[in-house]
Design a protein around this ligand. Sequence first.
Ligand SMILES: Nc1nc2c(c(=O)[nH]1)N[C@H]1C(S)=C(S)[C@@H](COP(=O)(O)O)O[C@H]1N2
Ligand SMILES: [Mo]
Length: 528
Amino acid sequence: MASRLAAPLSGVAAGAVTLGVAELTAAFLTRVVGTEGTPSPVLAVGEAFVDLTPAWLKDLAVAAFGTSDKAALFVGMGLTLTVLCALLGELAQRRPTPGLVAFAVVGGVGTAAVLSRPGAGIVDALPTLVGTLAGLSVLAWLTARAGGEAREHGAGPTAPAGPTTPAGTTRRRSVVALGGGLTVVGLLGLAAGRVLTQAQAAVEVAREDVGRRLARVPRLTRRVEVPAGADFREPGTSTFVTPNDSFYRIDTALSVPQVDPATWRLRVHGMVDNEVEMTFDELLEQEMVETLATLTCVSNEVGGNLVGNAVWVGWPVRELLARAGVHSDADMVLSTSEDGWTAGTPLEVLTDDRDAILAVSMNGEPLPPQHGFPVRLVVPGLYGYVSATKWVVDLLVTRFDRDEGYWTPRGWSERGPVKTQSRIDVPRQGSDVPAGRAVIAGVAWDQHTGIERVEVQVDGGEWQEAQLALEPSVDAWRQWRLVWEAEPGEHTVVVRATNRDGETQTDRRQPPAPSGATGRHTIDVTVT
Ligand SMILES: Nc1nc2c(c(=O)[nH]1)N[C@H]1C(S)=C(S)[C@@H](COP(=O)(O)O)O[C@H]1N2
Ligand SMILES: [Mo]
């Protein structure tokens, strides 16, 4: 009796493994890679089915199942798929090749559903393809095990363990056990994948809601106006404000933390008079400021692109610390993210007059999930690793001799003030430049000190002062440009910046570790 189940169960196991592998891969795509479409075949097939359902049938379903119409849809899909897979298992047992082909066709239908979804790209098809391949292997393996060999050898007296022999029965029983086990594993994968993707979808909805609420933030004291003169718009250079989707991303999170603003809390504790706990709603009621700040990673190489400039909206951390009442012997705030990462920031930069903020918005929209939604720290003048905690949930007021941030025991400096830097954006390193009038341009930064002068040197000659763009904030980078009469031949171009304290960036080359790279960005170009 049990052995009768071998064939249908092989098909069902193959189906379950297909969906399990597909949903886990889909969760990886949505949460780690961040694709735009609907890479989940279960969701895509469900959505496509709803799209193809005539209106009257939809109305009927809603009338019959009410708000459970979606659950009913998925139950219906589940039953249909189970029956279909069982039949495919039977088919594969009798005629392996047509069985496997038919299974692949069903996988193809799932792939088509995924590709039919809005915003779908070719990568979105990957989970269904990988899943189908896994399912095909399971089907081929179980089918062969259950009796394929016997068929190949013919069921004569010499045939090893044919369908009717006792050995064949034993083997089919083992297929039932394996099939059952694989079905359970596949379904668990499916459930895990759905849970992971669902959290992401819920946060996307929450983020849209935050966007609507931010549009009417009641008390925004200062609004940033970026003057046109801050951006030379020189072709090939970075824009003054870095768009969110091209803003560099650095963090230790394998999958982007999904933090629901409704349950988000920020706790302030440690060396304070009163512990404070704050909800997201309470945070939005505070007097917000809008700031311009350039964020830099300590790992940025000279000339590198781990730097970006954005308009942020947030609440000054000093206000929150004042509310908590910081003890006079404290000198550090250890901020912790939802996923347990920490940064140790000197108390003084959080309490002086600079705009160190609990940011809720980046370039006019709620923080993108990968940049810390719903709340992150932005502290002008420090590298990100000691200040810019994304998904921040906890501020511990403490001392440097008691606590340390994530990167400190891993060989990076305890403190991370940014170093004066400048970068040549055009021409590119190694490029060909037509002879005649050319423009050399780029950016320079020394957050919270500001840039006073940028100079360019060609082939070891005189340092020539570059033209500077407007500087709407000393917390932001500054664009520069220089017109150059390029003469044919090989040329070396070097840039150096001087900050508003009159200090010129050093030419001494140092690697990023342990406290940020130094040296001057140098490029070689060929003028033709
Ligand atoms: N939670 C968390 N926040 C973090 C990090 C991290 O690993 N985890 N990395 C920091 C580092 S090293 C940098 S440079 C900035 C980068 O911020 P961005 O990804 O928004 O550009 O985030 C900081 N905040
Ligand atoms: Mo960083």
